[in-house]
Design a protein. Sequence first.
Length: 71
Amino acid sequence: MFWVQIMGKHPQTGEQLNMPDCAIRWLPILMIENTKSSIETGAAVESFRNEMVKSNNVALALQAKAQGLLK
């Protein structure tokens, strides 16, 4: 067996983990944690994108106003 010791929180229950086990048996739990992290990263990137779009729209409006293209 490929023995590893995992310490941290269980991604589904929040229970503290500190136990050795076979690496193959840990794969489902680690995959769940990886998926959770990917979802959180995607949400953060989307939020950042939305803020940048708002900021760019304001900057474009100010630039157009400064050039006399808008009233």
